[in-house]
Ligand binder design. Structure first.
Ligand SMILES: NC(=O)c1ccc[n+]([C@@H]2O[C@H](COP(=O)([O-])OP(=O)(O)OC[C@H]3O[C@@H](n4cnc5c(N)ncnc54)[C@H](O)[C@@H]3O)[C@@H](O)[C@H]2O)c1
Length: 279
């Protein structure tokens, strides 16, 4: 531990699994006290226990990021438990409307539907896209990000804290093939939301940046492990580094963006993507 976040308090959404969990552990390792927020209460609790057992400081809270009240309670907890709020990382997200982190069945159904049903009917997958599913994904990924930013930025404004906010988009924010319709649109929205917030919060010294990961080994991409070996190889070959990333590699990018080392970064997007965007 080098103490890059000593005396800082960080709030992390989606911290019950994957990228959010890795970020909570990494931030605690660098001295931050962490509020671990997730809709999966048991998983959030588990992450907080992992942090505390490793000698860090964490408290968990059940948060549905689509609820303004939940986001407010999450920000309140940072002040009540740790006396401040310096950093927010918004890692909560879903890849499709029925996505449940850790449950592969809805992913399999989603992929099978889009592949088999529409292969013979080009164009119709777009036309028949379900508007309610679109709303659900936009609500969690985009509105959920906005609400977390608003609740946490309010605390920073009230205390005059020159904090750092890190949103999590995706390569799908810029590449239409990197996810379903609603997911790509939601992540493009997160990227614009980041730039907008950076402009509006810059004058008070709050920095707002974005991470746009490539394919990372979490529940969200577990379906890739079920593909034929040849398909997995073909998948890896389109990534110049030849592999999916690990959650810690995204946590390290978030650490940089929340530390003083990135003090002149705002409104920026970093792509830890193994070189995906070099094509
Ligand atoms: N894994 C990848 O390849 C990848 C690539 C680019 C971007 N991302 C983004 O990174 C973020 C983290 O994803 P991950 O890969 O760690 O997946 P994950 O499924 O492991 O983690 C996502 C977490 O978000 C939580 N969550 C879902 N809906 C929520 C809600 N309404 N309120 C609060 N928490 C909620 C889940 O319970 C889960 O713990 C997501 O925004 C995802 O879109 C992932």
């Amino acid at each position: 531990m080098t103490g890059r976040l000593n005396e800082k308090v960080a709030v992390i959404t989606g911290a019950g699994n994957g990228i959010g969990r890795a970020t909570a552990l990494r931030f605690a390792e660098e001295g931050a006290a962490v509020v671990v927020a997730d809709i999966q209460d048991d998983k959030a609790h588990e992450t907080a226990e992992m942090v505390n057992e490793a000698g860090g400081r964490a408290q968990s809270i059940a948060v549905d990021v689509t609820s303004g009240a939940d986001n407010d309670a999450m920000a309140d907890l940072a002040l009540e438990a740790f006396g401040g709020l310096d950093c927010l990382v918004t890692a909560a997200g879903i890849s499709h409307a029925n996505y449940v982190s850790g449950d592969i069945e809805p992913d399999i159904k989603n992929i099978v539907t889009s592949r088999a049903d529409y292969l013979e009917r080009p164009g119709w997958e777009f036309v028949e896209g379900d508007p309610d599913s679109f709303d659900k994904v936009l609500n969690v990924n985009l509105k959920g990000t906005l609400l977390g930013m608003q609740s946490c930025a309010a605390k920073m404004l009230e205390s005059g804290t020159q904090g750092s906010i890190v949103t999590v988009a995706s390569i799908a924010a810029k590449h239409p093939d990197a996810g379903p319709v609603a997911y790509t649109v939601s992540k493009a929205g997160v990227w614009m939301l980041t730039k907008k917030a950076a402009r509006m919060l810059g004058p008070v010294g709050i920095r707002v940046n974005c991470i746009g990961p490539g394919f990372i080994s979490t529940h969200m991409t577990a379906i890739i492990d079920l593909m034929d070996e040849s398909e997995t190889d073909a998948f890896n070959e389109m990534i110049p580094l030849g592999r999916r990333g690990e959650p810690i590699e995204i946590a390290n990018a978030a650490l940089f963006l929340c530390s003083e080392e990135s003090s002149y970064f705002t409104g920026e997007i970093l792509h830890p993507d193994g070189g995906f965007f070099t094509e």
